[in-house]
Design a protein around this ligand. Structure first.
Ligand code: ADP
Ligand code: MG
Ligand code: MG
Length: 900
């Protein structure tokens, strides 16, 4: 690709604005916006993502005319600073900063203090009268340059730095004297020569050109690639580069640098929140070189600067209508803003912020609802530490990302990844995390660091991913080599279990009981707004009264699926269930069913009571019967053992007959075998018992003044005749128990649509159905011809990685296949019965994209697990806000879902 007229390679800050993120990257677009708003931003310009794409299109070559354009642009910066790049009188120094379109904190590289060499450093020392400062900048430049441009690992430099400080008994970098810095500069230069056989370039333009190339290259470094994959960031976005005049926070004690959030990113509370360091430069704050001070302290130390900063923060927040994450530097008492972006936040903060911004009239309620990343809410609805339990607290650090996590301690990212892959739950423990550790953070349940503040890399990344994190916990002494940490006199080794409480900063020994989450006041309010907007009803999948109560608290409007088989599994009932299955005669079977009936009735009474006034959909028994019997292999082992003992003859013959029964029930492919309504047709007495239990429970509850709206769901229907037969069975039971009440529509009968034939013949099936509930787990298995366990265990990841399938169809509904069946069945069903109630009850009911699909297909309800009910309520509102209530024909629908 040549330089055609559409490509823009370079823009000065005053030529851009916040809308131009795709071209200028997030950082560049916001620097431009702030420049034009008159904020104190050091002058500079942005090399665009177009130029980056050009770089890659031409085989990683910087277009030669780009360097020329950069030189020309630099002249303007020189003019406005009245300095000269490489000049011996008053040298201009610049930073070269990467800036991608989607924020990827810490993933790519930045170099500060470019323009220093053996000569200009002397000029800088002379002009500022501060040689310590000048040589400190030079030392930093060589270090960053070696690291970013020459790919030399940071430790080589750090080691020398560390040694020098030990030699002089100095704790902090800032206390190194000039001579020491000069020696370090020589040592750093030798490191570069030794490792690359090249010299640190003295030509400042060469520095600049190499730096630009390196930042382009950093778009494809390993950690950036991993991050892009996790967050679905397209590779062709590319990165922009910002070249900007330096300002210095490391010139003395009237200088400093810091990071500021306009609200607390952990709780959402309205307050200035951040950290700073006096006499420091750029990355010192996030890198954990010294422990930074809380921003409130700046008010005492530099009140004028603090006031200006507070004003600027308020202005930026109002301008962007969102919480801002701001980088600032103070140079000799003067404030400069170096970056602003929408701040990463916890789910708790996101909710509070959205509600507050709406109440402050900065956002409309609908905008506030759209601000919620529904998947993120999961974090809020997760469990926390149960405070009534006695805790063995090892140490307390900073509460950097809320929620509780339990796992086995590991001390490096690779082990975290490896153990995570092996299915272990791990907590990553590290003195500090760097962007290279991202794969470890992804694999871990939570992160513990001994250094770094609330804005350190670990904290930012963990908050973004919704993982609990405790930072800066200097009470724990970590020995990564020995794979252990000490807390007081306790030693925790690799593999030991620990629990983190990211909400309070506590590090706790062992596994801790976690308690159920509660809905905050703000979330309750937001959910009410969502309820006012959405068209889809949200039901829940619940098998027990406890689940039902929880779901109701979360706002479920009924039970969309109660799976009765779970009621058969308890230790007390299983023997009766087995007796029922193993019965030789109908009488025997009926006797066992007699015993089960009151138990089932009790179950249903519990559910009806919990859901008083709301519909409860009960699915009759679904799985193949052998699932309730012991495993054949186990029985055979037992048989082998008994053979050698002549005494247990009676037991032997009992076992033999059990084995015969189990063998008889075995199936080649149970998923497609005798299950669902097939079971009810072959053994009608089982479904009869369940139906009678339901209606007796209805009767008993009504007597207690409870309003019951029972819906009986027949699973796995594929032919209208199946449903006809089962409906007759249910109606008979209703008649028997409720007598005359059958005239009134006291109950509904419907079917789960999970066999493709049922969807195709919906027009026939609907004659016997009051509702359709799409069982999208089985419907997906049968439509794609995948058994879920085999697919997810074997080939599905390949399919998704290779782009054969866009997503895992068990997580996000396959709109092109399964979706067409649902759409068809709904249309056919409604055409014959306009009152037909439609819903989905597979796991998709709690997935945002699938909920959008349900909205567009015009379903009445989605049903999901209790913990996902709040998420579904908000997603349903978002669907209405974004898509309106018009039901789209299927073809259009797919396009709008994928463009979300
Ligand atoms: P990141 O994306 O990793 O935050 P940045 O490009 O924002 O990288 O820069 C890293 C650090 O250097 C930040 O603290 C930033 O404020 C600081 N910095 C960048 N450019 C300048 C500059 N021109 N003057 C002073 N500090 C700068
Ligand atoms: Mg930054
Ligand atoms: Mg099913």
């Amino acid at each position: 690709m040549g330089a055609n007229t559409d490509t823009k390679r370079l823009l000065h800050f005053h030529e851009g604005n916040a809308e131009m993120k795709m071209l200028l990257g997030g950082k560049g677009a916001n620097l431009a916006e702030m420049t034009n708003a008159g904020l104190p931003v050091p002058p500079g310009f942005t090399v665009t993502t177009d130029a980056c794409r050009e770089f890659y299109a031409s085989g990683r070559v910087v277009p030669p005319d780009l360097n020329q354009e950069i030189r020309t642009a630099l002249k303007r910066v020189e003019l406005s600073k009245n300095q000269k790049f490489g000049g011996l009188q008053d040298p201009l120094l610049v930073s070269v900063r990467s800036g991608s379109v989607t924020s990827m904190p810490g993933m790519m590289d930045t170099i500060l203090n470019l323009g220093l060499n053996d000569e200009t450093v002397e000029a800088l020392a002379r002009n500022t009268g501060n040689p310590r400062f000048a040589f400190d900048c030079y030392r930093r430049l060589i270090q960053m340059f070696g690291n970013v441009v020459f790919d030399i690992e940071g430790v080589y430099f750090e080691r020398q730095l560390h040694r020098k400080k030990e030699e002089l008994s100095i704790q902090f970098d800032k206390d190194l004297p000039v001579e020491a810095l000069q020696q370090l500069i020589d040592q750093f230069k030798s490191i570069i020569e030794l490792r690359t056989k090249r010299e640190f370039p003295q030509d400042v333009f060469e520095q600049l050109e190499l730096a630009v190339e390196a930042v382009f290259r950093s778009w494809n470094n390993q950690r950036a690639i991993v991050y892009r994959k996790v967050f679905d960031i397209p590779e062709q976005q590319g990165t922009a580069i910002n070249i900007q005049a330096m300002v210095f926070g490391n010139q003395g004690d009237d200088c400093g640098t810091g990071v500021l959030f306009t609200r607390n990113p952990s709780t959402g509370e309205k307050m200035l929140y951040g950290e700073y360091l006096t006499n420091a430069q750029g990355e010192d704050v996030v890198a954990g070189v010294r422990t930074p001070l809380p921003i409130a302290q700046l008010e005492q130390e530099m009140p004028l600067v603090f006031n200006k900063l507070a004003q600027t923060a308020a202005r930026l927040e109002a301008h962007y209508k969102d919480m801002q994450d701001i980088e600032f530097t103070v140079e000799k008492g003067e404030l400069f803003i170096l970056q602003t972006r929408n701040g990463k936040r916890t789910a708790q903060a996101a909710v509070k912020l959205a509600v507050h911004l709406a109440k402050e009239n900065i956002l409309s309620r609908e905008e506030a609802l759209q601000r919620i990343e529904v998947e993120h809410l999961n974090q809020l609805l997760h469990r926390a530490i149960d405070e009534s339990v006695k805790l063995d607290v090892l140490a307390t650090g900073l509460p950097a990302s809320p929620g509780a996590a339990t796992g086995q301690a590991v001390f490096d990212a690779d082990t975290a990844e490896e153990w995570g892959r092996a299915g272990k739950r791990v907590v990553l423990v590290s003195s500090e995390t760097s962007p290279e550790d991202i794969h470890g953070v992804i694999a871990a349940e939570g992160v513990l660091t001994s250094r770094g503040g609330m804005t350190s890399h670990a904290a930012v990344v963990a908050r973004g991913m919704g993982k609990p994190c405790v930072c800066g916990c200097d009470e724990v002494r970590i020995d990564a080599e020995e794979k252990l940490f000490l807390a007081g006199d306790i030693t925790v080794r690799e593999g030991d279990w620990i629990t983190l409480d990211g909400s309070t900063g506590r590090v706790i020994s062992g596994v801790v009981e976690l308690k159920e989450p509660e809905v905050s006041e703000e979330l309750r309010e937001l959910l009410q707004w969502a309820d006012g907007v959405r068209k889809l009803k949200v039901l829940t999948n619940a098998d027990t009264p406890e689940d039902a109560v929880k779901a109701r608290e979360f706002g479920a409007e009924g039970i969309g699926l109660c799976r009765t088989e779970h009621m058969f599994m308890s230790a007390e009932r299983l023997p009766v269930v087995q007796a029922m299955i193993l019965a030789d005669t109908l009488e025997e079977r009926k006797a066992a069913l007699e015993q089960l009936l009151p138990m089932q009735q009790g179950d249903f009474e519990g559910l009806f009571t919990a859901m008083n006034g709301l519909p409860v959909t009960i699915r009759l028994l679904d799985p193949p019967l052998h699932e309730f019997l012991p495993k054949l292999e186990d029985l055979l082992v037992r048989q082998e053992q008994l053979k050698h003992r002549k005494t247990d003859l009676q037991e032997q013959s009992k076992l033999d007959s059990l084995i015969r029964k189990v063998r008889g029930l075995q199936e080649m492919n149970p998923m497609l075998g005798q299950r669902g309504c097939r079971l009810g047709i072959v053994f009608p007495e089982i479904y009869e018992m369940q139906a009678i239990a339901i209606f007796r429970a209805v009767q008993a509850c009504k007597k207690r003044g409870i309003t019951v709206l029972p819906e009986i769901m027949i699973p796995l229907v594929g032919h209208a005749n199946e449903l006809k037969l089962m409906r007759e069975l249910v109606d008979r039971a209703a008649n028997e128990v409720l007598g005359v009440e059958i005239d009134q529509p006291a109950y509904k009968v419907g079917t789960m649509i999970e066999v493709p034939r049922a969807a195709l013949t919906a027009a026939q099936i609907v004659k016997y159905a009051d509702f359709f509930s799409f069982g999208t787990n089985d419907l997906t298995q049968m439509t794609l011809g995948y058994s879920r366990d085999d697919a997810e265990g074997k080939f599905l990841t390949h399919y998704v990685d290779q782009g054969i399938l866009p997503k895992n169809p068990f997580q996000v509904i396959d709109t092109d296949g399964v979706g067409v069946l649902i759409d068809w069945a709904v249309k056919q069903g409604r055409a014959h019965n306009p009152q037909l109630k439609t819903s989905i009850c597979g796991e998709h009911g709690g997935d945002k994209e699938s909920i959008f699909f349900c909205h567009q297909t015009g379903l009445d309800c989605v049903s999901c697990s209790p913990f996902r009910v709040p998420l579904a309520r908000i997603a349903a509102a978002q669907a209405q806000i974004l898509l309106g209530s018009h039901v789209h024909p299927h073809v259009e629908l797919e396009r709008s879902v994928s463009s979300l």
